[in-house]
Ligand binder design. Sequence first.
Ligand SMILES: [Zn+2]
Length: 334
Amino acid sequence: MKLLLFATASALALPFARVTDRALGPRGCLFTFHRAAPSDLWEKLPNRNFYIDVAFLDRFLGYLAAQNWDVVTMSEAQRRISSGDRGNGYVNFSIDDCYRDTFEVIAPLFRKHKVPLTLFVTTGIPDGTLSMWSSGLEDALLNRDRVRVGDETLVLDSAEAKRAAYHRIADSWDGPEADRHYAAFCAANGIDIEAMHWKHAITWDMLAELARDPLLEIGAHTVSHPRMSSLQPEAAMAELEQSRARLNERLGIHVEHFAFPYGRSVDCGPRDFALAQRAGFRTAATTRKGLVRRGRDAFSLPRNTINGGHRSLAAMEMHLTGFTGAAARVLGRV
Ligand SMILES: [Zn+2]
């Protein structure tokens, strides 16, 4: 019902968006998401809103082509923002963090549609230095009938029970102690923490193959995925510079684009936008909702996070018309 109301409001926003296009130049809509899964697996995933259903993404890419949206790299989006290009509306897709399914599922789909894709890599993932506790927890809940958590044994007899368990446990672990909780969980359930990491992580070999693909653009997303606004300036600068240097070193590329972890107003602010510019990036992206137009500041670019649960073109149109961005500003959710 809520979605229907929003879709109706979004349809009303479309004529307004078109008038604005004539005055301000074409709309740019930057999308971000994390993971993707086939429909049959998607239904069972304990944290499924974190994943796009591949069949839906396939349909959405076809829809964008039919509606004359250009799918572009972040470099091309930046060129259009700064040049006042009068062409079509444009869309960029970026994947944050980068998991194994970026290589196995998402990149092949973008290749099939012959459209570009931007990857914002957290270098601690392919380096194996970042704990992927949420992926490991989800994997254990998906593939087991019961797990030990602290003093409890949880019986997982349905997809609903697995989803409820995931959110309850993840909420209780989230924070500075998450790695310790996860290590204890792995020990109690006989999980090889190292093997679990590589079951979900993207590797440098995969990234090297992707870096050779002209449709793939690689950007940085820090080393350790911190909330940048919580760091001292030197530590924030080190995350910016070291992640770029590591990608340049391992992949032989020149990284120009950056995305802030978490990306909401509380996670990165004007100080961090200035640091990204000083570190030599050409753009930096947040997860504040909204559209880009010509003249937009390149170091606080809005991106619309695709919630995996919103598997309808009407929900995507809400982003494309700028309705979700306007609604978020009205509701103070930025
Ligand atoms: Zn991230």
